[in-house]
Ligand binder design. Structure first.
Ligand code: 5AD
Ligand code: FES
Length: 355
């Protein structure tokens, strides 16, 4: 490492401070897994993570309850323009069955994720949420169902939802427009995230690493946006091309860059809940283990019925689509242990006073 880089690194690690061009250097320099820079950042990230969360890894039970979507995002496999997808919707009873099984396995957070599917009106969502809430008083209910009005978000919250995941995808307007059709804008996404915060949700934002046209400057802008938003969770994973999308031939996001971003995020956001994502596990056999070592502290295995797993294909070759929830839990427990951490039965709330 040259002297300039060493000074930038020391300042970042000791004072959590860097200007935009320094951040860009921290993001893109010497990305290999065993470079000196990678190791220093990873060890610092792990130290911070352990000082706050110990060796605990939180699990979230992901229930992908609909793959219908009214949007046509260029990167996503379940975009409405993909006519080759077999579409499915889970009934309330099927969703509750996933929760029952998940609860028994030790899950204390359920994440209901789906495309933006207008079949599920606010009343239906509220009914599902309040049914889960009545059955399980000690779980966190997370929704991840896209952009809605503030009134809708308020109604879900009143019904018993506590958290909401809505990745911002990219905080640069121009880049946002290159990933989405013209109906979708970063401004709207941002407004939704602030509305969610105002209502009192624990909020998760995040972005894809290595999405088409992404520059290092875009990643710096993502970090700055996150500093402004101060979300409780930050979900990042590599972009993975899907054949039936306009980005079929685009390059996949890198393992090393994703790991680097995780370490930088842990250092800049010590308290954040950082998932080691399924996308990371998809591009490398030990992707999720490496993610945990780089600073992540959450994993989100799938609780959806095996029969529909393959159909929720945001990207190709998604892992864990053939495994029962119980198998996934055992497999993940081993993986997490091999990485030097342990899965806990806990809601896994963020360890800071919610602002
Ligand atoms: N590769 C990686 N991640 C993707 N997502 C959607 N499509 C892809 C893809 N092709 C991510 C988006 C979305 C989250 C649910 O999945 O960031 O917010
Ligand atoms: Fe699902 Fe390993 S985590 S099979």
């Amino acid at each position: 490492m040259d002297r300039e880089m060493q000074l930038i690194l020391d300042n970042f690690i000791n004072n959590k401070d860097a200007n935009d061009s320094e951040l860009a250097m921290l993001i893109e320099t010497d990305l290999d897994i065993d470079s000196e820079l990678t190791i220093v950042l990873r060890e610092k990230a792990d130290k911070i993570r352990q000082s706050i969360y110990g060796k605990d890894v939180y699990i979230r039970g992901l229930i992908e309850f609909t793959n219908y979507c009214k949007n046509n995002c260029y990167y996503c496999g379940i975009r409405c323009g993909n006519v080759k997808v077999n579409r499915y919707r889970l009934t309330k009873e099927e969703i509750l069955e996933c929760c029952r099984e998940g609860y028994e396995l030790g899950f204390r957070t359920f994440v209901l994720q789906g495309g933006e599917d207008m079949y599920y009106t606010d009343d239906i969502i509220c009914d599902i949420v309040s049914s889960i809430r009545t059955l399980y008083t000690d779980v966190a209910i997370t929704l991840s169902i896209g952009e809605k009005s503030k009134e809708s978000y308020e109604s879900y919250y009143k019904a018993g939802a506590n958290r909401y995941l809505l990745r911002h995808e990219t905080a640069t307007d121009e880049h946002y427009r290159r990933l989405h059709p013209k109906e979708l804008a970063f401004e709207t996404r941002k407004k939704c995230l602030y509305n969610l915060k105002e209502i009192g949700y624990q909020v998760g934002a995040g972005f894809m690493v290595g999405s088409p046209y992404q520059t290092t400057e875009n990643l710096v802008a993502d970090l700055r946006f996150l500093q402004e938003l101060q979300p409780d969770m930050i979900g990042i994973g590599p972009f993975i091309p899907h054949n039936e999308t306009p980005f079929a031939d685009a390059k996949q996001g890198g393992l090393e860059l994703t790991l680097r971003m995780l370490s930088i995020l842990r250092i800049m956001f010590p308290y954040a809940l950082l998932p080691s994502t399924t996308a990371l596990g998809t591009i490398h056999p030990s992707g999720r283990e490496l993610g945990l070592k780089a600073g992540a502290n959450v994993v989100m295995p799938n609780l959806s019925p095996v029969g529909v797993r393959k159909l929720y294909e945001l990207y190709e070759n998604k892992i864990c689509t053939g495994d029962e929830a119980a198998e996934c839990k055992i497999c993940l427990e081993k993986r997490v242990e091999n990485a030097g951490y342990k899965i806990v039965t806990d809601r896994g709330d963020v360890k800071k006073e919610y602002k």
